[in-house]
Design a binder for this molecule. Structure first.
Ligand code: PHE
Length: 452
């Protein structure tokens, strides 16, 4: 059997996993959801879900991946041979594939905006609503960018875990952190900064409905890439000395910081021109270019730099996440067939292109084709975020919390001779994994069924 690849260092582990977590979910989806649901109240609920759901699910994915040392499905099978748990792994890989298919469409829009921005095409004040819908609803134009994005993605995944994914993340993640801090620092000097901060920090609990709570939960799963075995696949490349609990905590922290910083970039700018914070999905592609022009119109150089850096940030975030989705499916195909890693990466890319085409066309010529009342893009998003990720998360928690031998879990989580602090932390994580997260997920699931 071929020897398993490994990430080279602990820093590489953190940066690659944080790269998976930090993505469009943080810079595009989080401010959009927070804007729609009243800002700080949504953020507080989101933070609670990160702690009580995403963190334990992430730890359980790490345990499954590192102990199983295989793709998401085979890790389950190796740890409990003959059981049906590997079905959860297969469902996760399918979810990863579906997410990849619609994710690359938004990533392609981002690539288009970055290119246009660098060309200076976004500097003129124009009708950005027509501009965006003209682009996203055309048949070929977005597909061209999907192909370019997919090619870059495939090249990185095909280069391998250490030479491709880790090396890329080690360069890109520090760049991403730097860009977001510079942008947030600059945004804080704008006249709308205090209103933006107020919106982000003062909770209005009257807007907290059950739907808002559900959205916060979906956002926590999506933003931290948990519940589908994506991080389990990365963990199968961790060396034995990587501290799983500490790494999970750092990744959750970094991801949350980037999400909040994205809010710190976007809302001060939006409020400086008295814009709408609850602009929805168009926030980043319609409202922001308009707002950038209004705020920085007097100094084209600042406008150019600020908007180019912003779209570059979005692009880097999209790329480091998309490679993790691509990798989890590639790992399965590579390990289950005779295909080499580069061949497997290409096959996955080609299959994903087919679904991505359907998702992209659902904004244009295929708008009228619907399943359950939704176009392909919305359908994939709905099925994965509302169903597959929470169910997958539940399976990971139950598997590690109840089905695996306690000694194995303890060895993975705290190492051979654990300190008292590590044992205490493990007890907390295990309580979340065994009781809190499953009860919460089952409760939400039944509520959803019942309220339909
Ligand atoms: N966490 C990524 C983001 O925030 C999305 C993602 C979901 C990545 C699932 C991998 C797996 O954009």
């Amino acid at each position: 059997m071929e020897e398993r690849h490994h990430f080279g260092s602990r820093l590489g582990v953190i940066l690659a996993s944080a790269g998976s977590a930090v993505g469009l979910g943080n810079v595009w989806r989080f401010p959009m959801e927070a804007g729609r649901h009243g800002g700080a109240a949504f953020i507080l609920v989101y933070l609670v879900f990160v702690l009580i759901l995403a963190l334990p699910v992430m730890c359980s994915e790490f345990v499954v991946g590192r102990a199983g040392k295989a793709n998401a499905a085979d890790s389950f099978r190796r740890l409990l041979p003959g059981s049906r748990w590997s079905l959860a792994g297969y469902m996760g890989v399918l979810a990863g594939f579906l997410i990849f298919s619609f994710y690359v469409v938004v990533a392609a829009w981002t690539l288009f905006y970055t290119v246009e921005c660098l060309h200076g095409a976004l500097l003129a004040d124009r009708d950005f609503c027509a501009y965006f819908s003209g682009f996203s609803s055309s048949a070929w134009h977005p597909l061209l960018y999907v192909i370019l994005f997919m090619a870059a993605n495939t090249a990185i995944v095909a280069s391998g875990v250490h030479r491709g994914i880790e090396r890329f993340s080690k360069w890109m993640m520090p760049l991403l952190f730097l860009i977001i801090v510079v942008l947030a620092g600059f945004a804080m000097t704008l006249p709308g900064a205090s209103r933006g901060l107020h919106f982000l920090l003062t909770p209005d609990f009257s807007r907290l409905t059950f739907d808002v709570i559900l959205s916060a939960m979906g956002q926590a799963f999506f933003s931290l890439s948990v519940g589908i075995g994506c991080l389990a696949t990365y963990a199968s490349y961790f060396k034995q000395d990587v501290p799983l609990m500490r790494s999970s905590f750092i990744i959750c922290l970094l991801d949350t910081l980037v999400a909040v910083f994205s809010g710190l970039v976007i809302f001060p700018v939006v409020f400086t021109v008295g814009g709408q914070a609850d602009a929805g999905p168009g926030l980043v592609f319609i409202t922001l270019p308009r707002v950038f022009n209004a705020v920085f119109g007097a100094s084209p150089v600042v406008n150019y730099l600020f908007s180019s850096l912003f779209y570059l940030l979005l692009l880097v975030a999209a790329l480091t996440s998309a490679i993790s989705q691509h990798e989890m499916v590639t790992a399965l195909v590579h390990e289950k067939t005779r295909l080499s890693r580069p061949q497997a990466a290409i096959v996955v890319a080609l299959c994903a292109m087919v679904c991505a085409t359907a998702c992209s066309l659902s904004f244009g010529p295929w708008r009228s084709i619907t399943v359950l009342g939704m176009g392909f893009f919305d359908l994939f998003d709905f099925v994965t975020a509302k169903f597959m990720m929470p169910v997958g998360g539940l399976c990971f928690c139950l598997f590690v919390g109840w089905a695996l031998p306690r000694s194995l879990v303890a060895r993975e989580l705290c190492g051979e001779c654990p300190s008292r602090r590590a044992v205490l932390a493990m007890s907390c994580i295990l309580a979340l994994m065994r009781y809190v997260a499953p009860l919460c997920l089952v409760g939400v699931f039944f509520y959803e069924l019942w309220s339909r």
